[in-house]
Ligand binder design. Sequence first.
Ligand code: NAD
Ligand code: UDP
Length: 310
Amino acid sequence: MKKILITGAAGFIGSNLTKRLLNEGNYVIGLDNFYTGLRENIEPFLTNQNYKFIQHNVIEPYEIEADEIYNLACPASPPHYQKDPIFTFKTSVFGILNALELAKKTGAKLLQASTSEVYGDAKICPQDEKYFGNVNPNGIRACYDEGKRAAETLICDYKRLYGLDVRIARIFNTYGENMDINDGRVVSNFVTQALCGNNITIYGDGSQTRSFCYVDDLIEGLILLMKSNISQPVNLGNPCEFTICDFAKLVLELTNSNSKCIYLPLPQDDPAKRRPDISFAREHLGYEPKVKIEDGIKKTMEYFRKRIEK
Ligand code: NAD
Ligand code: UDP
């Protein structure tokens, strides 16, 4: 039985990862400060004897013995990470420093939840791992983008200096059950707006693109990466790319909704094109996202329907 520490365990990805790792017979320690995470997300695990929850802010050091660490703690939705940009930056940078120090002390393997945002408003599409990105270091997304880039820098330096056993997952837009209904991301916004009959809020002209990965596929990728010996950054996501307008149409169709689309200003530095090149993960991890967008959105829709009724 492996002892696995997950920071950001009450969040969307953290809670889905917890479920999978517990199902596989591991002992999971979840750590979170509930900044964006939900108590409901960890409730099902609290009675499991192989689960322990610790409320803690990763900006402060912590000492927990584990074989593996998944460092997921960080607000991920633009409205949430922009609300207190200094907290976001500190969470990324001090958060990874504390995780690295712990890994150095205990010998734990460490996987970092990095992001496609390290590519910024990419000038190439699809984005592969060799691309250095196009990030505005002074803009409203920089607290997140630069925080995650700095975290990657620290991970690589700890590996070079101390030989740490590290993994870097560059996660592209992921959706599914346990997303916070109010977190402001496009999937949660559009699905709830459609289910409630509210206007669908398209930012800009909706020609910007994103590629959406169902959470189970992402979790599979994270676990494959942790099991591998690959310490360089690896893109994880689903290359199925949509314009935001086409995505709105798909959500309206799948929810059978009469909501109208309205157009609101495009936020600063909103990336125009995003699609992962996952050739590296395919070749070296045998990673292949399986869930079709229609099926993933239907499952997510059922989850949000229940949350709305609560
Ligand atoms: P989320 O907001 O649902 O979860 C983040 C969790 O981290 C929350 O439970 C929150 O309370 C916790 N947290 C935040 N700051 C903390 C702190 N200082 N101390 C302790 N806990 C803290 O977001 P998510 O979508 O589950 O994202 C998880 C990770 O994956 C993040 O690191 C994010 O950057 C990364 N990621 C997610 C996506 C995506 O599409 N969901 C894409 C790229 C990267
Ligand atoms: N978006 C939108 N309407 C919304 C929320 C988001 O048009 O209600 C757009 C946003 O401008 C971006 C894309 O959808 O182009 C994805 O946004 P999200 O916040 O989910 O994540 P991002 O990939 O930008 O971090």
